[in-house]
Design a binder for this molecule. Structure first.
Ligand code: IMP
Ligand code: MG
Length: 174
């Protein structure tokens, strides 16, 4: 089946919004150092763009989790594929995610990170699909709320493809 990607958010729209969120983070973390945690692989593009716009001191760490399930639906059972390199004790942690969908992955992850003794844990997401929420998750920074459609680009994949698109789009089948 042939497929194409319909643009939902242009590169300019995404970049402009990341700049705004970056400025908000700079105000909220003034006088502090923020420890950004990137959830791989989807969060990688957003993390890089966001981090470039943060002017308070930044450190970075990466983790990879997989939620057992199909390509388009998470099961709620989360497995750590790659853990963080650094401890979180006394750090101001900001988790950077590509998308909050059902909320299952994030709610599990945030609880696990809170157990490691950080000073604070906040969540920053590029996209949020509130209609899809099954588990309650507090999101501190949201770039865009989007409708219940399967999106790709800016780190998000469909079967590992399209992560490199510089915009957010919806995969449509012809
Ligand atoms: P949740 O546990 O249902 O919130 O799922 C979160 C994960 O599912 C995200 O980090 C993505 O990897 C994936 N996901 C959810 N919705 C989409 C989508 O529209 N496009 C691509 N990946 C998605
Ligand atoms: Mg993800």
């Amino acid at each position: 089946m042939a497929e194409h990607v319909r643009v939902l958010l242009t590169e300019e729209e995404v970049d402009r919004r990341i700049q705004e969120i970056g400025e908000q983070i700079n105000r909220d973390y003034a006088g502090k150092q923020v420890h950004l945690i990137c959830v791989l692989k989807g969060g990688a593009f957003f993390l890089c763009e966001l981090a470039k716009r943060i002017t308070v001191p930044v450190s970075l760490d990466f983790m990879s989790v997989s939620s057992y399930g199909s390509a388009t639906k998470s099961s709620g059972v989360v497995r750590i594929v790659k853990d963080l390199d650094e401890p979180l004790k006394d750090k101001e942690v900001l988790v950077v995610e590509d998308i909050v969908d059902s909320g299952r992955t994030l709610s599990y992850l945030l609880e696990m990170l809170k157990d490691r003794g950080p000073k604070s844990v906040r969540l920053c997401t590029l996209l949020d699909k509130p209609e899809r929420r099954v588990v309650d998750v507090h999101v501190d920074y949201t770039c865009f709320q989007i409708p219940d459609e399967f999106v790709v680009g800016y780190g998000l994949d469909y079967d590992q493809r399209y992560r490199n698109l510089p915009y957010i789009g919806v995969v449509e089948f012809d």
